[in-house]
Ligand binder design. Structure first.
Ligand code: OGA
Ligand code: NI
Length: 336
């Protein structure tokens, strides 16, 4: 029900359905602040150094920030502005787009998977399929008026960036540059525009609880002023505060499988705060549903046998959405 959207009302207290049991709370006081997050400068003229920086970050953290990514700062500001404006639309306008069916290709929803979860999360999100653009854009929101144009320009650029990153990631594994782009087919692209309203008791709930992304690669555009993303590193939750102008990249489950477990699909979560709303725009590159996935053949040797079996993305994605977020890594279900 659209009435469940958080962004359509103001909250003085956290309703019971959002309150985590004591043992599952975020323990914000224990989060590591100011940790160094790997940075990759895409303008680096030394290809070998760039590839090695990417490989090191994928191995140690499963995520990194990219600088000099080529997406214009003005466009990024426009994307954030239109995202904020969207969530300020009147309730009746938003109700038209509401759905809790994960199979819908354009939907405004709340929390994560309201049909499956027992405790809700302090987030509303607009989830859009984005590729091929001309197939989906006509059905995207036509309000705010510049939504379609701004978001479709961004989608094209972020996709191109994703494919550039695939090349560097492939090379860093000793695979040919085109390996990922080629094996995952004409990939789907999804976008989640996340809106985390101010929350009266951030200690009791999450914007998004710990999860790994089920797709191949995620490129995250974050609010520069309001922090909230945290990643698990060395057993500790670490706050991610990217450098100005940077985008955050994280390895998803499919690249962990493809790398035969060498690269990590990082556990991450979003926490909320009591003062300010927070917006993020996640772009997900997803393999075609019928492509067979699994460890790259070249990475499977006698010493490093296949850690995961082969499967289709369709099988994987259905499994992911049939579960709740805060369970074990979905890839565990695909071990050999
Ligand atoms: C996601 C995600 C983090 C954030 O949408 O999968 O992890 O900071 N978002 O919004
Ligand atoms: Ni995520």
């Amino acid at each position: 029900m659209a009435a469940q959207l958080l962004s359509t009302s103001v909250h003085d207290t956290v309703p019971g359905q959002y309150v985590r049991p004591e043992s599952q709370r975020p323990r914000l006081g224990e989060v590591v602040a100011g940790a160094r997050i790997p940075v990759v400068d895409l303008a680096c003229p030394d290809r070998a150094a760039l590839v090695s920086a990417v490989g090191g970050a994928c191995r140690s953290h499963g995520f990194f920030q990219v600088l000099n990514h080529g997406i214009d700062a003005g466009l990024i500001a426009a994307v954030m502005a239109v995202a904020r404006e969207f969530f300020r639309l009147p309730p009746e306008e938003k109700a038209k787009l509401y759905s809790d069916d994960p199979a819908r290709k354009i939907r405004l929803s709340t929390s994560f998977n309201v049909r499956k979860e027992t405790v809700h999360n302090w987030r509303d999100y607009l989830r859009l399929h984005c590729h091929p653009l001309d197939q989906f854009v006509p059905d995207w929101p036509s309000n705010p008026p510049d939504f379609k144009e701004t978001m479709s320009t961004y989608c094209k650029e972020v996709r191109a960036l994703g494919f550039r990153l695939y090349e560097a990631i492939s090379e860093s594994l000793g695979l040919e540059a085109g390996y990922m782009g080629n094996t995952m087919g004409e990939q789907e692209q999804h976008m989640a525009v996340n809106f985390y309203p101010p929350c009266p008791s951030p200690e009791l709930t999450y914007g998004l609880p710990a999860h790994t992304d089920p797709n191949a690669l995620t490129i995250l555009l974050m609010d520069e002023e309001v922090a909230g993303l945290q990643v698990l590193n060395g057993g500790k939750w670490v706050a991610v505060n990217p450098q100005p102008g940077a985008l955050v990249v994280n390895i998803g489950d499919q690249l962990q499988a493809l790398s035969n477990g060498e690269y990590r699909s990082v556990w991450h979560r979003a926490v909320v705060n009591s003062d300010r709303e927070r917006v993020s725009v996640a772009s997900f590159l997803c393999p075609c549903s019928d492509v067979e996935l699994g460890p790259a053949r070249k990475l499977v040797t006698e010493e490093t046998p296949a850690v995961y079996r082969n499967y289709t993305y369709d099988e994987y994605y259905k499994k992911f959405w049939s579960r709740n977020l805060d369970q074990e890594h979905c890839l565990e279900l695909f071990r050999t």
